[in-house]
Design a protein around this ligand. Structure first.
Ligand SMILES: [Zn+2]
Length: 293
């Protein structure tokens, strides 16, 4: 049986087909049009149709990774930073459009599962996967299975507040982890202080070159990273933390960032490995393929 996975991201929608050995035999990417809910559905459907064409309609499972989660109570999508999805019956609409059953799973959970089974968390019992991209998500995998939680919010550390007087978040709270250590959060905090906008890469480059405003922004970034990761370690104490998303490519997260975690953690020492993902930006779509039915 082939495994089809589709990862609905903020900027791209990606499909991948895994063969029975788990190897990726087909990949396809299109830009995500999230201008309307209908456009998101159409994008997923077009990727799925091309995957089916490639596989010549062979039998397959299908999993779809999305921001947010399907509420076990209402069966509607909630908590998505692609806000046009919230309150929508995404699973039912996709089943109708694609003419088949499928599994919907939070994208960070997909990332964590793929890294736990085939990536940087392989061989560890309790894996916490972190995505520091446009937003800031997380997922918990225990003994090779996603722990989604009673309300399907396990691992959503990006919306734990570390300052009730901090910046407003789209979720309605203030000072969420996401408003400090996601790519969009870092850029907004820099813009608030410097009165001009810079992209994440330029802020990191400016900091490495000693530019004072970038240095201040990155100092805050590492300090918030330390506090946020120490908080999650105090709750879950995972065997490994795997970082993904664009910001996981900042090498200093694994040195200075880890040192900030050690400074904040409720322990006599920090033993938790904080490591870079092994599957790159394929982890989300591979995880989606792994959870499909
Ligand atoms: Zn929030």
């Amino acid at each position: 049986m082939l495994r089809f996975g589709i990862d609905l991201g903020g900027t791209k929608t990606e499909g991948a087909i895994l063969d029975p050995d788990g190897s990726v035999v087909f990949r396809e990417r299109i830009a995500t049009d999230s201008s309307t809910y209908e456009a998101v559905l159409a994008g997923i459907e077009s990727v799925y149709r091309r995957m089916r064409g490639h596989a010549r309609d062979a039998a397959h499972t299908l999993g779809v990774g999305t921001p947010g989660a399907v509420s076990p109570r209402t069966h509607l999508l909630k908590n998505a930073n692609t806000t046009c999805l919230n309150g929508m019956p995404l699973a039912q609409d996709l089943r109708r459009r694609l003419g088949r059953d499928l599994t919907i799973m939070n994208d960070a959970n997909c990332f964590a599962l793929a890294e736990a089974l085939h990536g940087a968390g392989h061989g560890r019992r309790v894996v916490f996967g972190v995505i520091m991209g446009t937003g800031c998500g997380g997922g918990v995998v225990i003994d090779g299975r996603v722990h989604a939680g009673l309300q399907s919010i396990a691992g959503e550390w990006g919306h734990t507040s570390i300052d009730p007087n901090g910046p407003a978040c789209y979720c309605g709270s203030r000072g969420c982890v996401e408003t400090y250590i996601s790519g969009s959060g870092l850029e907004q905090r820099y813009a608030d202080a410097a009165d001009q906008r810079l992209a994440t890469g330029a802020i990191v480059a400016g900091w490495r070159a000693g530019e004072p405003r970038c240095t201040a922004a990155m100092g805050d970034f590492f300090s918030h990273f330390g506090r946020a990761v120490a908080n999650l370690i105090a709750v879950l104490d995972p065997d490994v933390i795997v970082l993904g998303g664009g910001l996981s490519n900042v090498d200093e997260l694994y040195t200075r960032g880890a040192a900030e975690v050690a400074r904040c953690v409720f322990s006599d020492s920090l033993e938790t490995p904080i490591v870079r993902n092994a599957l790159g930006d394929s982890a989300g779509v591979i995880g989606a393929a792994l959870v499909g039915n």
